[in-house]
Design a protein around this ligand. Structure first.
Ligand code: NAG
Ligand code: NAG
Ligand code: NAG
Length: 415
C-alpha cells in the first residue's frame, strides 16, 4: 500500500523475461486447468550439483546464480527443472530465466540472507507442487521502515516483470520485506495453492492475485494495482482481466483491494468466493486525486466475512503521493462496479462510498448484501457522497444516493 521512499516505477528496474512453469517430478505430464499449461521438463538439475548446501548457514547465492546461468546458456530443449531438495538454503537474490521450473521439494526452504545493501535485492522465484518455502526474513526491512532509515523502497519477495506464461503453485511465502508476489507487465499468470504469511503488524506485506489460497499478512491480502501517480500515468499500463477466486484469510487492512495505485487503470476484475475473518475492510476499492486512471468493470461476488471493521469501502482519497510532482487535475474515474452476494457477521460498519466531487463514482451497484453488526443486526449505517448507482436487497439499507432511483435504476447491467 504505502511505499518506503522512491516510487516503484523507478526502482523496479530489473527486466528479465521469465517463462516459469510448474511441473511435477513424476514422469507423467501434469496439466493445470487454466490458461498456462504445465510443462514436463526432461532436463533436471539439482542445486547440489552446483555446490548448494541446505544447512541454513552456508550461502547458496553462487550455486543459484551458476545453476540459472547454466540453464540460461545451455538452453536445453523443453527447458530445465532446478530441483531444491529438503533443507534450508540461504541465498541473496537471484534472477530466474525463461523456460525453467524452480522446484522446491517438500521441506525445502529458500531463505533470504538479511542483507543491508539496497542495490540488488529483488527476488525472482517460482515453484511447484510440494509446498516448499520461500522466506524473505523481512524483519530487518520492516524495522528499517519503522525507524525511517530506508533509502529505497523495500524489495518484493517475488517479482516477475515483462513475463508471460507463469505458474506459481504450492509454495509457502513467508516474511516478505514488502509485497509478496508482484507480477508487473505480465500476462497469463496463475498463482494458486499458495500460502502467504507475514505478521499482522508487518508493514505493507501485500498478498497477490491468486486462486485457492490462504493469506494472512500485514497489509491487503490481494491488491490489484497499476502504477503510482505521475509515474504510473507516464507508463500507462493497465491491469486488465484479473480473476481472484477462492481466497480465505485475514488482514488488518483489506481482503480484496483495487488500488490505491491505479494510474494505469484497472478493468475487468472478477473476485469471487472470498472468505474473510478478523480484518479491517472486506472489499476496498481505492484511489486518489493525482492518480488519474480508470477503474472499471470490477465485480466482487460471493463473499463471507466475519468480525470486520468495515464491509465495503470505495473511496477516492486513499494513499499517499510519491512526491510533490503529482498532478492534482489527474482525477481518477470509478465506474461499473458490482458487488453482490455478500454475507457478513459482526461487521461494525456496513459501507462507505466516497466519490470525488469533480469525478463522482458512477454505476456503483450493490445486490443481495447482508452485513450484520456485532450486537444483532444493527451496525453503523452506510455513508456515501459523490456516487450514483443502485442497490437491491441490501441490508442495512444503503445510502440515498444508491436507492433514490427506483432500486437498480442507475445500473448499466441489471442484476
Ligand atoms: C538480474 O537481472 C537484472 C536485469 O537484467 C540485472 O540488472 C541484475 O544485476 C540481475 N541480478 C542478479 C542477481 O543477477
Ligand atoms: C499445499 O498447500 C495447499 C494450499 O494451502 C494445500 O491445499 C495442500 O493440501 C498442500 N499440500 C500438501 C501436500 O501439503
Ligand atoms: C467485465 O469483466 C468481466 C470479467 O470480470 C468480463 O467477463 C466482461 O466481459 C467484462 N465486461 C465488459 C463489458 O468488458
Amino acid at each position: 500500500m504505502k511505499h518506503g521512499g522512491v516510487p516503484n516505477a523507478v526502482t523496479s528496474f530489473v527486466a528479465v523475461l521469465v517463462f516459469l512453469q510448474c511441473s511435477c517430478l513424476s514422469a507423467e505430464v501434469v496439466t493445470c486447468s487454466g490458461i498456462v499449461p504445465m510443462v514436463y521438463r526432461n532436463d533436471k538439475i539439482s542445486i547440489t550439483d552446483f555446490g548448494g548446501v541446505g544447512d541454513g548457514r552456508t550461502s547458496n547465492t553462487k550455486a543459484f546464480r551458476e545453476a540459472i546461468y547454466r540453464i540460461d546458456h545451455l538452453r536445453r530443449r523443453g527447458g530445465t527443472l532446478l530441483y531444491i531438495p529438503p533443507g534450508v538454503y540461504l541465498t541473496e537474490s537471484f534472477n530466474l530465466t525463461s523456460r525453467m521450473t524452480l522446484y522446491l521439494a517438500r521441506g525445502a526452504v529458500i531463505k533470504a540472507t538479511q542483507l543491508h545493501t539496497c542495490d540488488q535485492y529483488i527476488y525472482k522465484c517460482n515453484s511447484a507442487c510440494e509446498n516448499g518455502t520461500i522466506d524473505g526474513q523481512g524483519d530487518v526491512w520492516w524495522n528499517m521502515w519503522r525507524r525511517r532509515t530506508l533509502q529505497f523502497t523495500r524489495p518484493n519477495l517475488v517479482e516477475f516483470k515483462d513475463s508471460r506464461g507463469i505458474i506459481i503453485s504450492n509454495v509457502i511465502f513467508k516474511n516478505s520485506p514488502f509485497w509478496n508476489i508482484h507480477p508487473v507487465y505480465c500476462s497469463n499468470v496463475v498463482i494458486r495453492y499458495v500460502t502467504i504469511l507475514a505478521p499482522a503488524d508487518s508493514p505493507n506485506t501485500d498478498g497477490i492475485d491468486p486462486e485457492d489460497s490462504y493469506i494472512s499478512t500485514g497489509d491487503d491480502l490481494v491488491a490489484v494495482k497499476s502504477g503510482w501517480d505521475e509515474y504510473g500515468i507516464a507508463y500507462g499500463r493497465p491491469s486488465n482481466d484479473i480473476t481472484i477466486r477462492r481466497i480465505t484469510g485475514s488482514s488488518p487492512f483489506a481482503g480484496i483491494a483495487v488500488g490505491s495505485e491505479t494510474s494505469g487503470g484497472v478493468t475487468n476484475v472478477l473476485a469471487e468466493h472470498i472468505t474473510l475473518y478478523n480484518s479491517g475492510i472486506g472489499i476496498h476499492l481505492k484511489t486518489n486525486i493525482g492518480r488519474g486512471g480508470i477503474i472499471r468493470n470490477i465485480t466482487v461476488s460471493d463473499v463471507f466475512m466475519e468480525n470486520m471493521r468495515k464491509g465495503i469501502k470505495i473511496a477516492g482519497d486513499v494513499g499517499d503521493h510519491p512526491d510533490e510532482n503529482y498532478n492534482p487535475n489527474a482525477l481518477p474515474v470509478m465506474k461499473h462496479i458490482r458487488i453482490k452476494n455478500v454475507w457478513g457477521e459482526k461487521v461494525l460498519q456496513a459501507g462507505v462510498i466516497q466519490g470525488l466531487k469533480n469525478s463522482p463514482f458512477t454505476d456503483i451497484c450493490l445486490a443481495n448484501i447482508n452485513l450484520r453488526g456485532s450486537s444483532g443486526p444493527r451496525n453503523v449505517p452506510w455513508k456515501c457522497s459523490d456516487v450514483s448507482g443502485g442497490a437491491s436487497q441490501v441490508s442495512p439499507s444503503p445510502c440515498a444516493e444508491l436507492i433514490s432511483r427506483s432500486q437498480t435504476g442507475a445500473c448499466s447491467i441489471p442484476f
